[in-house]
Structures are given as structure tokens and as C-alpha cells.
Design a protein around this ligand. Sequence first.
Ligand code: AMP
Length: 113
Amino acid sequence: MTFMEKNIFAEIIAGKIPCDKVYETDTILAFYDINPKAKIHILIIPKKEYQTALEVNEENFAEFGELFLAAKNIAKKLGMTGYKLHMNVGEDGGQIVPHVHLHMLSPDYNAPL
Ligand code: AMP
């Protein structure tokens, strides 16, 4: 499987493609995965365009940390007391969409993404 040529999540951020939004801040957007692998499957993305988490560094790590904060806030909003977080990093890590995203899944998720 190869990286998609078009960054579909950039188009979602730009409002050109609709999404089922769960949560939004100035820097983060979260929406339901179009092909859910668990009862609840949410994608949490930074609005800033990072292709993969391989781009994390000493200057920007707080921006990546915001993804975890968003997950906690979403769980509170949805009444989830526990959840699973998963990130595919890079093409060789199984990532398909070339825009950083954290998968947030309800605990019934039990298979590889
Ligand atoms: P990954 O393999 O980590 O890159 O995961 C990409 C995820 O994006 C998959 O779980 C897809 O189902 C999901 N996805 C692709 N296009 C959309 C879309 N337009 N809206 C919501 N989720 C999407």
C-alpha cells in the first residue's frame, strides 16, 4: 500500500470535503473515521500539515502532545472511561493518509488497523 497522492485530511481541514466532526480547537480537528474498526473510531489530527510523526522534534513536540490532550477531552465529552490510541507512522508503518493522525478507538477494537 502506498501513500495517497492527495492529502484528503488537508481538504477536510479546508472544508472542501465534509467530515463528521467530534471536536475542534484552533490547532486540532477530530472526526469519525469513515471506515470504523471499532464501535467508536475517531481520527485526531493537527491542523498544521505534518505528513508523519517522523517530523516530531525538540521544537514541535508540544504540537504532537496536543493530540493526547484532545483524546482526553473527547473521552470526557463522549463519556468514555477508557480507549485505545494507535498511530501508523510513515508508509513503512502502515500509514495511508499522508497527514499525521491519531486513531482513537473504543476498547472493543482488537485488530490491526
Ligand atoms: P492510516 O492507515 O493510519 O493512514 O489511516 C487512515 C484512516 O483514514 C483509515 O482508517 C480510513 O478509514 C480513514 N479515512 C480515509 N478517508 C477518510 C475520510 N474522508 N473521512 C474519515 N476518515 C477517512
